[in-house]
Design a protein around this ligand. Sequence first.
Ligand code: SF4
Length: 473
Amino acid sequence: MSVPVVVAVAPGSPAALAGLVPGDEVLAIDGRAPRDVIEWQLLADEADLELEVRRGGLTLTLAVPKAEGAALGAEVSSAVFDRVRTCDNHCEFCFIHQLPKGLRPSLYVMDDDYRLSFLYGNYTTLTRFTELDLERVVTERLGPINVSIHATDPEVRARMLRNRRGATSLRWMRALLDAGIEVHGQVVVCPGVNDGSILDDTLAGVLDQYPGLATVCVVPLGISRYSKESSMRPHTPEEAAAVVDLVEDWQSVFLATLDRRVAFVADEYYLLADRPFPSPDAYEGFPMHEDGVGMARAFEMELSGTSPNGADEAIGVQPGFFAWVDGAPPEGYRAPRTPESDQAPSSPAAGCSVVITGEYGAKVLGPLLAGHDGVRVLAVENRFFGGNIGVTGLLVGDDVSRALADQPEGDRYLLPDVCLSNGVFLDGTSPADLPRPVEIVATDGVSLRKALESPTTAAQPRRRRPLLPMVNA
Ligand code: SF4
């Protein structure tokens, strides 16, 4: 078990006044060694703490006078201090198995840890969930929890996870729902495996066995050129359209029986099927925005100043695939996309504003920006991952470089921050390595609108809120 290492201390806070400094290892709070930031926060919430701290090989005891509920004022290095629970599945569609070698090690972590689900919105299959975990989740009300369902048929689910426990682990989802924990589900649809009648059966299973689920998002599998699974392939447009039709039919059933739609289709399916996106109302407040459900409609509203949160308030935050893995304590234990010190300087007023995006993003942004003079969209093909990977969050510096190399020097280039984690692309390159200077803009319509309205002022990436949900493999 590792120990929490202090990485930042707020000036004037109880931690600072007690003499806690960055680099200190906190061995115990009031005699208890926290296992994770959830426990850390519970312990640190108490009044008048005693911290056992290791500093330079010496162990110190620091008394921290503070009121109950007052913030301690210390940020620590990671979310989980004992080991992250890794998954015991071998899913054919696992994106981590489709990564090229040589990326940063944290990208290969296959977590299946309910704590990371609570903290960041990662999905868990619950195949390693235990009675003790259930007790903790229920006692400490650690919700919402995101569960990978894929199929409610036990045999199909076990086959998809390649794990016999996959046949029974949804009983924990039942128990979580019975205990009143908010649970969101996800179905990754693999054509020929769990689409068609299996998907139909799964949504019937949701209605029949798990009607308390807050939402179920239906997303297509991603296939990179590194996939070694011969049975995994991208959807055809016809198959994508069939998924849209099937889920929309089920939305009608859910609406009639539960008064809410429950199941939602990922934006990617509408793009694949060349269908218009549903109306904004059909997303029921965009609860699955960060899973790629309703992002296009949300972006449209943000860009046009009609966000339901107010003209200058984005609807959600797109954390980007893998954005959680490095940990960013001051920002809620998840890597910020771009440290503020790394912001590219504002460029002088230039000819054309060019919005860099992935191939799917271009399909959404192209029509939205068509009426904007002096603005164009640069779609970047993802050759790094290949396959059917078209989302902007998986763009790497090498592909962006290739696309920018042919572009005129006088234009102004806007890069969405969803491509970056801690200021670097997934391939380890940084915006400074690109052949044209870029301005980094938060990945939402409000920030893009402001950037386009203020051509000499770079929009600041949005600060992360703590305990940010995110999409998992
Ligand atoms: S998709 Fe998720 S549950 Fe399946 S093998 Fe990969 S990390 Fe594990």
